[in-house]
Design a protein around this ligand. Structure first.
Ligand SMILES: [Zn+2]
Ligand SMILES: [Zn+2]
Length: 117
């Protein structure tokens, strides 16, 4: 009998976790949590709350993700990728949510800095 072996991929397997911040139901985290608008978007986008220096993968693996409408992701004046104040607000809220059932130390081990002061 012939044995087929799968070629070993060189790529490291990426771990995935569901968002700890919200269900994936089409709502934008900023629209709903900041502006209390509960509209659902067909073109909702996943945002990795902590990014740069390998943090994107850590965000993906731990569910540090939010779903955002294009205006609040990249396009509008209060989009997380354009507005540092809004970016920090989402980062603080994510750390806060994580620390409901984890310690500050566990957060620091993953992300390397503290956003809550
Ligand atoms: Zn939005
Ligand atoms: Zn993003």
């Amino acid at each position: 009998m012939l044995k087929f072996t799968k070629p070993q991929s060189k790529k490291k397997r990426q771990r995935h976790a569901a968002s700890i911040m919200q269900p994936k139901d089409g709502q934008c985290w900023i629209c709903s949590r900041v502006y209390h608008c509960f509209r659902k978007y067909p073109n909702i986008q996943k945002h990795h709350v902590f990014f740069g220096n390998g943090l994107r993968e850590i965000s993906e693996a731990n569910g540090f993700t939010v779903y955002l409408c294009p205006q609040h992701h990249t396009d509008g004046p209060d989009a997380v990728h354009r507005n540092q104040r809004m970016n920090r607000l989402v980062q603080r809220a994510t750390q806060d949510r994580f620390e409901v059932n984890h310690t500050r130390e566990e957060f620091m081990d993953l992300i390397g800095r503290n956003y809550i002061e």
